[in-house]
Ligand binder design. Structure first.
Ligand code: NDP
Length: 312
């Protein structure tokens, strides 16, 4: 029996989901429906431009219609609201995504709430948060939904497991905790005020780290055999940190020498050796996010037309 930890390969699972979405898109086309996604990208934030480009590219690969709107940095909240209202009214648009962050002068909360909940493919609208909580069909946030797909498709048990989520943001921590609860895990949510965090995390069969601090979860905080889900994406630029997290890792040392930075998650990679299964960074949770966005766009197209989905 091999007791090495199982690597939960997000890239493979994302490819599986994208293939399913492509099949659904082709089924819809036989009914004369082509799902459509509109992405609003304000200003010139290089990281956002990269994300948006890869979302639009994936739409093209899967047969989803996409449209990119690129208003200037100077756009006002009212002008953005008018743009969203137009997209809400369009029959050919099923999903509306507002790429964050927005310029400081734009009221992000108001805008996210202006998107029709039925086209809210990011799952950020309070109506969708409520639907998730009450178990009604709706659109769930992509990163948390990707985490559940990883667990489910790998056949890892969720029901009855002690799941500990570190982080309580509206986009990751809270929704993933709710989804784990909906899957009948016993869920504990931790945050910066949690007392004796290691005592709580050591009790986790499933530990989800969504903190935004490099290597914050250390081996001492992990129960042997646990499933470790690392949501964090942190850029290391100090060679001492690279050496600390990735000693004797020639591949990462070379990547650092070339690019001047490498990525580490919120879990110290040394903890992975203790786990039963873990998501690597990169190539774990992050790989699922765009696939789940595509899934949500098709789901929105079906929900709006009253077409049943095979999956939730
Ligand atoms: P937020 O900054 O919104 O939330 C961080 C959470 O961590 C907060 O709830 C905070 O607690 C908690 N926290 C901070 N310090 C501690 C501490 N010392 N002990 C315990 N809890 C602590 O981050 P996000 O949820 O937006 O993102 C988390 C990470 O996930 C980031 O690295 C981000 O880049 C990554 N991410 C990855 C995605 C992907 O596709 N893979 C998508 C989205 C995010 P409190 O509430 O008390 O302040």
């Amino acid at each position: 029996m091999n007791d090495l930890p199982h690597v939960l390969d997000g890239v493979v699972i994302a490819a599986e989901i994208k293939a399913e979405v492509a099949r659904e898109v082709s089924d819809l086309s036989s009914r004369g429906v082509r799902p459509g996604l509109a992405v609003i990208l304000v200003g010139e934030v290089p990281a956002s431009q990269i994300y948006v480009r890869s979302k639009v590219k994936t739409c093209g690969e899967l047969g989803i219609y996409s449209e990119m709107l690129t208003p200037p940095e100077s756009i006002t909240t009212d002008e953005m609201l008018a743009l969203v209202a137009q997209l809400n009214a369009r029959e050919d648009i099923d999903g509306i995504l507002i790429q964050l962050p927005l310029p400081k002068h734009v009221d992000t909360k108001r805008l996210l709430e202006a998107v029709s909940p039925d086209k809210d493919v990011d799952g950020f609208h309070p109506v969708n948060a409520g639907r998730l909580q009450s178990g009604q069909p709706g659109l769930a946030p992509c990163t948390p939904a990707g985490i559940i797909e990883i667990l489910r498709r790998t056949g890892l048990p969720i029901s009855g497991q002690n799941a500990v989520v570190v982080g309580r943001s509206d986009i990751v921590g809270k929704p993933v905790a709710m989804m784990l609860l909906n899957e009948s895990a016993t869920v504990t949510i931790c945050h910066s005020k949690t007392k004796d965090l290691p005592a709580v995390t050591r009790n986790a069969d499933i530990l989800v780290a969504a903190i935004g601090r490099p290597g914050f979860i250390t081996p001492e905080m992990v129960k042997r055999g646990a499933t470790l889900i690392d949501v964090g994406i942190n850029r290391l630029t100090d060679p001492a940190d690279v050496q600390r997290f990735f000693p004797e890792d020639a591949e990462r040392a070379a990547a650092f020498a070339k690019r001047g930075s490498v990525i580490v998650g919120d879990i110290d990679p040394a903890a992975f050796a203790l786990s039963g299964a873990y998501t690597p960074v990169p190539g774990g949770v992050g790989a699922l996010t765009i696939a789940m966005l595509m899934h949500n766009t098709v789901k929105a197209a079906k929900l709006r037309r009253g077409i049943a989905s095979e999956r939730r």
